[in-house]
Design a protein around this ligand. Sequence first.
Ligand SMILES: NC(=O)c1ccc[n+]([C@@H]2O[C@H](COP(=O)([O-])OP(=O)(O)OC[C@H]3O[C@@H](n4cnc5c(N)ncnc54)[C@H](O)[C@@H]3O)[C@@H](O)[C@H]2O)c1
Length: 260
Amino acid sequence: MDLKDKNVIYSGGFGGIGLAGVREFLKSGAKYVTILDLNENKEVMLELKTSHPGAKIDYIPVDLTKKESITAAFKSAVEKMGHFDVLVNGCGICMDSEVDLTIQINLLGLIHSTLTALPYMDKSSGGRGGTILNISSVSGLEITPLFAIYAASKHGVTAFTRCMGDQIYFDRFGVRFLAICPGLTKTNLIKDNYLSTTFKFCQEIGKRYRHAIVQSAEECAKNMIKVIETGKNGGVYLLDLGNMDEIPYKRQWVVTYETH
Ligand SMILES: NC(=O)c1ccc[n+]([C@@H]2O[C@H](COP(=O)([O-])OP(=O)(O)OC[C@H]3O[C@@H](n4cnc5c(N)ncnc54)[C@H](O)[C@@H]3O)[C@@H](O)[C@H]2O)c1
């Protein structure tokens, strides 16, 4: 997909990866970018509008833990934008002591956003189709035992994306689904993340993450744009240390049907 003149909704656009992502969308020629996030960052909004006078940039509040907030945010976005071509589901927390909240934001919030966005994009009922990119994680590919709840939420995101990327859905909705799985990326989410382990006794072991090599949010965002430009429907992409690699899917099971 060529991003020139496209309308983009970026959920989580004031976060570390989010803001870098919004900047890359604007650099790639997006015409209209609406940021959905919990709180407005007025300074950032002003800076974005000043540096991209040719683009339209809006903010709409959303709280992903509340379904009615998600519904209202998309309704308001479509009233302002007319339509959108790309949705990035990019909110997330890593806070394993908060089990319900982690699943609510990382998985349920992302699922509800997707299901709310789809009818607006649905080609079978007059929409234009488009692309939904979900931000999973390396914890949605590998097991990361110190962060078991976060990993469970992110495996959910990867599985949901692969399911929604099935041809049966593409044929109806005309919407391409992609997931990116960033490795450790320098944002607030990983600052002191040893405090976010599933069990307190693992905090000491978690301190080893302080010595991990991490990528920048900008490196991650540049590759996110490449995934949107070139990714195939249902594709899952590892974005780590400035690299981008597609993660092939290997079937372990198929249904066995009765034969008559
Ligand atoms: N930083 C990393 O190492 C890393 C690695 C893999 C995946 N990720 C994923 O990337 C995405 C972005 O993370 P980040 O590192 O930029 O973190 P971040 O903390 O900088 O950004 C998270 C964003 O989510 C928003 N958010 C949190 N709760 C919300 C709620 N209830 N409703 C609406 N918005 C809410 C925050 O306001 C913020 O803008 C997340 O899905 C995260 O899990 C991050």
